[in-house]
Design a protein around this ligand. Structure first.
Ligand code: PEP
Ligand code: MN
Length: 283
């Protein structure tokens, strides 16, 4: 067994890529998202709708999640939908709404980029760019994210191993950007009762192998609204540096992922519980 300088034994059977490795860099990387630090002593909650749908939807939801203690606002303007007939997002109009709500609430915004041709546009509006599960293996996009000048929220591919996930992050660091947050969002298994199987064991494993912050997405990780609070609490207890959750002012009417979105009240209640758990584990 190999031992790294911070006394954490590394006993995995694959070589951890160098730039992301805790062996090379024992100290936690703190990612600064326009003043909000992720990966430090506190737990950071990112919340908002799956997709930006309208000014009213974004503003009502954004104001409410801020009031409940969210520190970063999420909202997709370019949506990767399984069906080409589903709502694809508002595009640049959605990005403009995100910068408007940032101005009003002061919350930094994170939004997904799906295509190298859009990265300049998206990075121009966003405080942090998200690379989604479907694009974790999109190496040209990872390279561009390394050069985009903004922090990157990298979601685990739904069929990616921990090693592949770390190698994808390595691409971004290798191309000049060490401001990367890793997000466990569930993987595909034989289980069909949930949308994905949320792999919470990825949290301690990643924290051991890499200095990058690790957050969890219990919304896509379960796909079921009532299950989100349990898994959110479990993720914090497991050592996650934060959570990203879907919240909607009217989940029944959501154009995307309403079945896994918390209502404003459910989110407020969960935030109270999360505070107690964070306190209990000294964060
Ligand atoms: C999302 O965050 O809305 C999303 C599409 O996530 P994922 O890439 O994890 O499916
Ligand atoms: Mn979604």
């Amino acid at each position: 067994m190999d031992t790294i300088s911070c006394n954490i034994p590394v006993d995995v059977d694959f070589p951890v890529p160098t730039r992301v490795s805790r062996k090379i860099n024992p100290d936690n990387t703190i990612v600064n998202v326009s003043g909000v630090e992720v990966g430090g002593s506190g737990v950071v909650i990112i919340a908002g709708p799956c997709a930006v749908e309208s000014k009213e939807q974004l503003f009502e939801t954004g104001r409410a999640v801020r009031g409940s203690g969210a520190k970063i606002l999420r909202g997709g303007a370019f949506k990767p939908r399984s069906s080409p007939y589903s709502f694809q997002g508002l595009g640049e109009e959605g990005l403009k709404l995100l910068s408007e709500i940032r101005k009003e609430t002061g919350l930094p915004v994170v939004t997904e980029v799906m295509d190298t041709r859009q990265i300049e546009l998206v990075a121009g509006y966003a405080d942090m760019v998200q690379i989604g599960s479907r694009n974790m293996h999109n190496y040209p996009l990872l390279k561009e994210a390394g050069m985009c000048g903004k922090p990157v929220l990298l979601k685990r591919g739904m069929m990616a191993t921990i090693e592949e996930f770390l190698l994808a992050a390595e691409y971004i660091l290798h191309h000049g950007n060490d401001q990367v947050i890793l997000c466990e969002r569930g993987i595909r298994t034989f289980e069909t009762s949930t949308r994905n199987t949320l792999d919470l064991s990825a949290v301690p494993m990643l924290k051991r192998l890499t200095h990058l912050p690790v957050i969890v997405d219990p919304s896509h990780g379960t796909g079921i609204r009532w299950m989100v609070p349990s898994m959110a609490k479990a993720a914090i207890a497991a050592g996650a540096d934060g959570l990203i959750m879907e919240v909607h002012y009217n989940p029944e009417k959501a154009l995307c992922d309403g079945h896994q979105s918390l209502s404003l009240d459910e989110f407020a209640g969960l935030m109270t519980d999360l505070e107690k758990i964070a306190l209990a584990i000294g964060r």
